[in-house]
Design a protein around this ligand. Sequence first.
Ligand code: NDP
Length: 482
Amino acid sequence: MERILNYIGGSLVPPRSGRFLDNVNPATGQVYSHIPDSDASDVAEAVAAAQQAFPDWAAAVPEVRFRILNRIADLIEADLESFALAESNDNGKPLSVARSVDIPRAVSNFRFFATAAMQFASEAHPMPGQAVNYTLRQPLGTVGCISPWNLPLYLFTWKIAPALAAGNCVVGKPSELTPMTAFLLAKVCIEAGLPAGVLNIVHGLGPSAGQAIVEHPSVKAISFTGGTATGRHIAATAAPMFKKLSLELGGKNPSIVFADCDFEQAVSTAARSAFSNNGQICLCGSRIYVQKPIYEQFRDELVRRVSALRTGDPLAADSDLGALVSRSHWEKVQGYLALAKEEGGRILCGGELIRPEGRCSEGFFLSPAIIEGLDAQCRTNQEEIFGPVVTIQAFETEEEVLQWANGTDYGLAANVWTQDLSRAHRVAERLQMGIVWINCWMLRDLRTPFGGVKHSGIGREGGWEAIRFFTEPKNVCVKYGK
Ligand code: NDP
């Protein structure tokens, strides 16, 4: 059985303890590889390798970083099929989705930040006749990048690429549930000629390997994407050490459909937004609010389309949805279905355990569920489920829906459907979210800031925000006047 290895100091190495964990394919329920159960000693080795590599990498001219990051992008693209299969086997998502969304986006992340390395410039602030200030933005040193399981390579590279482009060295940890693409990435980095120690990937559990990265005194910043509870714990650990923190956390995103929307676009995108990757995307719209005049028509059409989605073997070309990521997550989502019923919700479609025939008969499958009849305050509408379970509710006024939309602890993203330009801007301004999509969803320009407010996190990723995060500004004031 394949053994995944850590990537430390330019080499693929086993964990120092010799311990490995099982890696389960959620579509089959079977162990299909083993991953290092790394601990603080592996992290210490990785940090030492990063510290050693840092002076040369930080001093490299931008073109060096550009060339290597671009080469990494090319090599992932050239082997897209292996990466997509690894992602599907780890995560349970359809191979077609990994092939068309996740892996191409990881390629784009490296390309985008490769060119950013070439374009990044410092600011200057002249004080006429007296002095000139310029801001040196210097890399921080060794930084930690910790990513979740839902978009494994996409989110891992979204952190690593800007950190490297800005001249830092990285100790990264992917989720232990989805380690395989990070292992393939390590091999690609070796082939691309990334100098030893510039990127180190330590596999293992959050409370051991992840925690050791956060606690290590030489790690200057933590870029973390994951759950809000984990983010809170990481913040509490890192804050007394004055580390820079970027936390991209959970969401409970509203899809808001006004009666004057383009019906076809709104209903097809609401379905996509709710159930892409089985609802396991932080940006998925999980509370669908529809204005009264079109509520019934919209609900019935949405139910019709969602009932037609095919859940099954991720490797089958006709599967729209695959398995949930793990047994424990599958059980957690089922728990929320039970809660929704207890709270008085009516299941309009889905919510059934599915046992495909053949190799996937032991997999973690659940058909996509839409629930009606719950109020905005109930737990089902307040807590992040992160699965194929969404609610739908009718609203009357703009004011009412804004209250519901803003009425959770989260503030990551919203999508709004209306043809009224003034309303679109008005609602966007009042939504307490880091991202608002008007008449679209998941349309991303990598230059724009990305992230949430309230319990959805602090800091922003994307574009210059990411490069800025991974640099420390130093102002130099040069007096030339008398
Ligand atoms: P977790 O918070 O459980 O884990 C995220 C990562 O942190 C994993 O690599 C995990 O390791 C690691 N980790 C766990 N405990 C610690 C610790 N004490 N110190 C350091 N690292 C630790 O999240 P999930 O993997 O379950 O991902 C789902 C969550 O991610 C959802 O809440 C979702 O909303 C959020 N998310 C947010 C996004 C955003 O941009 N705002 C985007 C995508 C997802 P291990 O897996 O081994 O436990």
